[in-house]
Design a protein around this ligand. Structure first.
Ligand code: GLY
Length: 354
């Protein structure tokens, strides 16, 4: 990747946009929103003169609309409104908008600059940072896309006040993951966060620490050849829960799946890498109190194992996990046997009182 991604943490998004655009040499400005953010978020930054003058492109919200056809609509709007190599697009939205917008911008005329303004905690802590862009294709998530970092990412908690608590908790699970990857002090600060307080200034400082963990990993391994796989912690089991819930026609939020998946994977880490039992119990307690549990019985294990074997990161039918020896002691590319995973699922059920 050509440069370190510029990440601005602020609760004055308009001033950050002014500052970024004052430094940029550009001709036309485009603002990409979806049908949610054009209604709920755009009016909150519409006083900004740059935004007021920009061409707004709106796509339909929802992951099912993260398609090549929607990207083509964006290309069409860029063409019809005089977009050139010197144009900039600001993507205002959750992960669907920043992924699709990043992809459309990266491929238009071989690439125009784009700025991400994530409007959910999940997109702020994950999707908007790190250069993964793309669309879904033939039912597969993010099947088409490329690595290309935004010119800048403007991260603020000011949009979160209208989000349901479920959304905040969903994003927070990825923050917990970053804390576990980083060190005990960062992780303990997260465990002490009180969701009920709705203290968004405090959340912004925790978010800053968390995003910096991801940004540092991406700096070392932008194309996910090795270390970036650390970010898969909780996701092998988490994706299996997410897909399984979908097949049972009762979808669960991504971050909840990750929160529960990390209970399984920290248990595996305890069994296989000596991750401390007390830390597993403490984490499970936090999850139980804040996320509840995802109900499974041993009759579900075979289906879950099959899903884990088919995870994107697994190879040759072998399950691939990121595990920890302790908080901050990351071990990528760990394998586990079916029996290990069955035992971890048994313990998951005990810990979450299922
Ligand atoms: N969401 C994990 C990554 O960006 O690599």
């Amino acid at each position: 990747m050509e440069h370190n991604q510029r990440i601005i943490f602020t609760n004055d998004v308009s001033a950050a946009i002014d500052q970024l655009l004052a430094e940029a040499d550009f001709n036309r400005l485009f603002v990409l929103t979806d049908t949610n953010t054009s209604y709920f978020v755009l009016p909150r930054i519409a006083d900004n003169a740059h935004i007021a003058d920009a061409t707004n492109i709106t796509i339909k919200s929802g992951d099912m609309n993260k398609t090549i056809e929607a990207a083509a609509d964006v290309w069409r709007a860029l063409c019809d409104n005089g977009g050139t190599r010197k144009s900039i697009m600001i993507n205002v939205g959750g992960g669907m908008v920043t992924d699709l917008g990043g992809f459309a911008a990266s491929t238009f005329k071989r690439g125009i600059r784009f700025i991400n303004v994530p409007t959910t905690l999940l997109s702020a802590v994950d999707a908007a940072v790190g250069g993964k862009t793309g669309v879904n294709f033939r039912g597969l998530k993010n099947e088409i896309g490329g690595f290309n970092e935004a010119e800048a990412v403007v991260i603020s908690t000011c949009f979160f006040s209208t989000l349901p608590l479920t959304e905040i908790k969903s994003g927070f699970a990825e923050m917990l993951k970053h804390g576990l990857l980083k060190d005990a002090a960062t992780y303990d600060r997260l465990l002490a966060y009180d969701f009920e307080s709705r203290d968004y200034d405090h959340l912004l400082s925790l978010l800053r620490e968390s995003v910096e963990v991801k940004a540092e990993i991406v700096r070392c391994d932008p194309h996910e050849r090795g270390l970036r796989r650390a970010l898969n912690l909780g996701h092998t089991a988490g994706h299996a829960f997410e897909s399984y819930a979908m097949s049972r026609k009762s979808p669960i939020p991504h971050g909840y799946a990750v929160a529960w998946g990390m209970v399984v994977e920290l248990t595996l880490a305890n069994m296989l890498c000596g991750f401390p039992s007390a830390r597993v119990q403490e984490y499970a307690q936090f999850v139980l109190e804040n996320y509840g549990s995802f109900h499974i019985t041993c009759a579900d294990y075979d289906a879950l194992l099959t899903l884990m074997r088919h995870d994107k990161k697994s190879e040759h039918g072998e399950m691939n996990f990121t595990l920890l020896g302790d908080v901050g002691d990351v071990k990528i590319n760990c394998s586990a046997t079916d029996d290990d995973v069955r035992a971890a699922l048994d313990i998951y059920r005990d810990l979450l009182h299922i």
